[in-house]
Design a protein around this ligand. Structure first.
Ligand code: AMP
Length: 476
């Protein structure tokens, strides 16, 4: 996602390897598969048997790593991170993995998620004289590790991680050990795999496919795992909370070829489309998707309605990032270059267009306009998730609530704004009926309902730059 862009932004992706030859190269491949989760910066840290070796920079995975700098990252264990900033400014010190020499040893850390009590912890550490290198919430975890009164690593981690609140899927690399941990709500995904006698851990399972790793299981909510030469040790963060996995991972974030929260993302999205077709039927000549976000749901809609699926728009996959600028005029041009409707297919047709979500409504409005210009007689917009009415406080950079179209406008007003003949959203009940492994009440649905698994006292974002607490959340 682009800096300065108007829509929501992806969060981060983390990857880790323990006990596999060429761990950094595997991590590089893993980050390639997780690139959709963050395009601002990328980094890998490896343990070469004596040191933690670091390569990180702004840019895409393919831009940051070269044959040369990856060969510097020796060793059989490594961690990696791709980032879109959800806290902290775009500052080189914020590029993860973070690295610190703590009282418990040297550690590198990569984090996906947002901590909701980082600002108050930051204030506390700062007033006791602690130095901070970055302005990301993740750095407080390294301070908590360093200041823990416990001695043994698992006890240190239990002590430190019990003090943070909010969302975290973590990989931490130390001397001869890899630590993996997930918050007790399970907000963000984290999965374990096996490769060549070693282990891999990833935000999403799609990364395992690329390197031929075997999917083992999810890291359990609240679980801490330490891989070391002494074997594998697993324990729980000693805090009890309800579960709160992010349903939006299934709607949009995760790749369709991943297994997330024990669900097959592609199948879930297709089922969303099937239910959407039952909830909002309409007579039409064809069903098409807004590529790629609407693809799976559009197929489901087509199957359930019996209306043929067509590729109504062609996507140009070769637009360099440099071309896409934040300025509105150039961005509009970027939109046209990216997707072009097929006029001969759409002219005179009644078209059902499916996308996964409406945030500000900008994308849908542009696409519906383009489809009309291509000659479509009717355009029926179908959205395979409920209206987004509230911001996310747990790792997704949503715009302010006032900018969310479903917060601002009624259904009829949204339909008029996007210029569709009809508009239908998937119902909350319809969406939740699809998930099977966990109960629907075990998902965070905050962006659709405003009810979060954590009480959010002061809405908004916190900034570690100013140390001002603009957001503070605590457990129920
Ligand atoms: P908007 O144009 O603001 O209504 O954004 C909705 C479009 O952005 C849809 O096509 C979604 O697939 C896509 N989208 C939804 N969530 C995100 C996100 N977090 N980051 C980037 N794009 C998103």
């Amino acid at each position: 996602m682009l800096k300065g862009s108007d829509s929501l932004h992806e969060e981060c992706g983390v990857f880790g390897v323990y006990g596999c030859k060429d761990a950094a190269r595997l991590t590089f491949l893993g980050l390639y598969s997780l690139q959709h989760r963050g395009q601002e910066s990328a980094g890998i840290v490896s343990w070469d048997g004596a040191h933690l070796c670091v390569v990180k920079n702004e840019g895409l995975v393919s831009e940051v790593f070269t044959q040369d700098n990856i060969s510097y990252l020796k060793g059989n264990s490594a961690i990696g991170h791709v980032r879109y900033s959800t806290t902290g400014s775009n500052n080189p010190n914020n590029i993860q993995p973070l690295y610190a020499k703590t009282s418990k040893g040297n550690f590198a850390l990569a984090h996906n998620g947002n901590l909701t009590n980082a600002a108050s912890l930051f204030q506390k550490f700062k007033s006791s004289g602690a130095l901070f290198q970055s302005t990301v919430d993740s750095e407080v975890i390294l301070h908590l590790i360093s200041q823990s009164s416990k001695a043994e690593l698992m006890e240190v981690l239990k002590d430190a991680l019990a003090k943070i609140q909010g969302a975290f899927s973590l990989v931490i690399l130390g001397k001869d050990c890899l630590v993996v941990a997930r918050d007790t709500y399970g907000f963000r995904p984290l999965v374990l795999g096996q490769l060549d006698g070693g282990h891999v851990v990833s935000s999403e399972s799609c990364a395992f496919d690329l390197m031929g790793a075997k999917y083992l299981r999810e890291v359990k909510p609240g679980e801490i795992i330490i891989f070391s030469k002494d074997g594998i040790q697993s324990d729980q963060i000693p805090v009890s909370t309800r579960l709160g996995m992010c349903i939006f991972e299934l709607v949009y974030f995760s790749r369709p070829d991943s297994l997330i929260f024990g669900e097959d993302v592609y199948a879930v999205r297709k089922e969303f489309g099937r239910i959407l077709a039952k909830e909002h039927p309409v007579e039409a000549d064809l069903v098409m998707a807004i590529p790629d976000s609407g693809n799976s749901a559009a197929l489901g809609y087509s199957e359930a309605s019996g209306i043929p699926f067509e590729f109504g728009m062609t996507r140009n996959h070769y637009i360099g990032r440099t071309f896409i600028q934040p300025q509105q005029k150039i961005r509009d041009l970027g939109v046209k270059i990216k997707l072009n409707p097929i006029k001969t297919l759409l002219a005179g047709k009644r078209v059902i267009v499916v996308d996964d979500s409406l945030v500000r409504g900008t994308t849908a409005r542009q696409r519906v306009t383009a489809i009309r210009r291509a000659g479509a007689k009717e355009v029926h917009l179908r959205i395979s998730s409920p209206p987004i009415t509230h911001p996310c406080h747990f790792g997704i950079d949503t715009p302010k609530q006032e900018k969310l179209i479903a917060h601002q406008k009624s259904l009829a007003e949204i339909r008029r704004y996007v210029d569709a003949d009809t508009l239908g959203y998937l119902s909350l009940e319809g969406m939740l009926s699809v998930v099977k492994k966990y109960k629907s009440s075990e998902y965070c649905q905050g962006c659709f309902t405003g009810k979060y698994p954590l009480k959010v006292k002061n809405k908004g974002k916190f900034s570690l730059e100013t140390g001002k607490i603009k957001l503070y959340a605590e457990k129920d």
